[in-house]
Design a protein around this ligand. Structure first.
Ligand SMILES: [Zn+2]
Ligand SMILES: [Zn+2]
Length: 218
């Protein structure tokens, strides 16, 4: 787990078991202890881990400090639109231009360490990984001002470029900001209802079936 600036918060060793929910829960538990209230957490299976957290022993601990579990920016495209409407960082307040993919960058760097430590003893394996992540944090710290400045400039550019276009669109279509929020709710409601067959369709199909039955009998 890492913070939005790329610093590593916690690492779990899971050499034999594969990815189990308990590791995610332990990481969330650790984050709540260290970081406290009002945290936003991005997880690549955030929609599932929300339910796991809610039914786990840390559910009350996670509810009280107002923890938000979101999905990362690419998950919505791979899963479904309803999941995206509910949990995508673009639609949640407070996530800014964050894509929640920081861990992918960390894995990409730590993959390079594999060749050096795959035949090492357990002690050197841990020691080398510790060195690697320690250096990673130092590099991130060195880059921090630049990182914050670049993000700030990027956010300002987005606001500068898109605000006039958006205002023009709103005037042209006579829309307010509330309409955009309403669209998201409408779309979510539409997709939820789509899971059930509309009564008018069910009646039409039943009618055709009855017609076919009566034509067979006559
Ligand atoms: Zn940070
Ligand atoms: Zn999902």
């Amino acid at each position: 787990m890492a913070c939005r600036h790329g610093f590593i918060e916690c690492i779990t060793e899971m050499k034999h078991s594969g990815e189990l929910a308990k590791y995610g829960l332990a990481a969330i538990n650790c984050m709540l202890d260290v970081c406290g209230k009002d945290q936003g957490l991005g997880h690549d299976i955030g929609c599932t881990s929300r339910k796991t957290v809610a039914s786990s022993s840390i559910s009350t601990k996670a509810q009280e400090p107002n923890l938000i579990i979101a999905i990362n920016a690419f998950h919505g495209y791979a899963h479904n639109r309803r999941c995206q409407l509910a949990h995508h960082p673009l639609y949640l307040e407070g996530f800014g231009i964050e894509d929640l993919k920081t861990c992918e960058q960390i894995f990409s760097s730590s993959n390079c360490a594999c060749g050096l430590i795959q035949h090492a003893s357990y002690f050197y394996w841990i020691q080398y990984l510790d060195l690697h992540f320690d250096q990673w944090d130092k590099d991130k710290y060195l880059e921090l001002s630049n990182f914050l400045h670049n993000n700030y400039v990027q956010a300002l550019r987005i606001i500068d470029e898109y605000t006039p276009l958006l205002n023009e669109f709103k005037t042209h279509k006579s829309l307010t900001d509330d309409a955009f929020l309403q669209w998201r709710e409408d779309e979510s409601e539409f997709l939820t209802n789509l899971a059930l067959e509309p009564p008018s369709d069910a009646i039409a199909v039943a009618y055709i079936e009855e017609l076919e039955n009566s034509s067979v009998q006559s």
